[in-house]
Design a protein around this ligand. Sequence first.
Ligand code: SF4
Ligand code: SF4
Length: 375
Amino acid sequence: MTTSYEAVAKLGFGAMRLPLTDPDDVTAIDIESVKTMVDEFIARGGTYVDTAFVYHNGASETALREALVERYPREAFTLATKCLAWACASKEEAQACLPTSLERLGVDYIDYYLLHNLGGARTAKFDEYDMWNYVAKAKADGLIRHVGFSMHDGADVLDELLTAHPEVDFVQLQVNYLDWDDPVTQSARCMEVAAKHGVPVIIMEPVRGGRLANLPERGAAVLAEANPEASQASWAYRFCLDLPGVLTVLAGASTLEQMRDNMATFQTHKPLTDAERDAIAEVVAALRSVDLIPCTNCGYCVKDCPEGVKIPVALNLLNLEKTTEDRSFAKGLYSWQAAEGPASKCIQCGTCEAACPQSIPVITRLAEAVEHFEG
Ligand code: SF4
Ligand code: SF4
């Protein structure tokens, strides 16, 4: 059982979607708002802050230097960042990530350094670029305190990775109540594999890219009846907090209000009762009563799309159509949200499918979007 004190210690501040001063420029981070969020986080007992080389095209790391590193003693926080080696063009580029992150963050060492998003065809790049030996040496040199990796793949792949790399100190896995027994994500089985190898887990996507904080009515109604006072996000966090072997639960926040809601959930943590677990099972059944595309809007697919197709926009609107059962509503949004990269521009090269951590058959789904929204 996790106490509220331990729960706050497990809260991770995810700096993937920070507030912006210009909604069209992902690097235009609203630094004053980030400072306020950081202050709230630290004042209430949080320590773990998670970023990545690629978040906000690098601006997340520099924003954290300004809002966190330059304003608090180094021992007041724990920093995690990541290297997306598979998206680098060469070994030199991949191995330049760590020194660049250290410089952007303004620190001498990284507490938790992750090889970012292993799984599928991406894993081979980390071998090709000799990243395992590189991070081991960096750890020996004192530049990294703990080495780990994040992974979007199934339990068997995780088992292979942890068998091949017994030296890793932790893993970061996608775990939430919707993915718990999902046949692709296999959250439960992945947790079992991590436990078998004795490796602690950092949980990412506890609210499934925000989806579990903004449930369709058929799911929202179940939770509202079970507890009208609790936010939907709080159910998702509570589900993760009591899982054994969990080091940190990452909670993304784009506003101070979201940060406060997250902190309140962790600070007042109580284990789920049997009745509450039944309510969650009921929500999952309700959500699965229609077949939604599991896109988390991570954006990996659009990075190298030669046609600039607005893939997450199209998939999100296909989901919206199913959720609202209103095609004309979704089609109206599509007409302007996907105007710069409609699904019909797809030349079926397959690059997006290789990059997608959710293994979504993007090309097939885009054909549906053309049929539903461009006719
Ligand atoms: S398959 Fe289509 S959407 Fe995917 S990367 Fe290629 S052109 Fe872009
Ligand atoms: S289609 Fe896949 S890669 Fe693209 S945004 Fe969705 S989850 Fe991410």
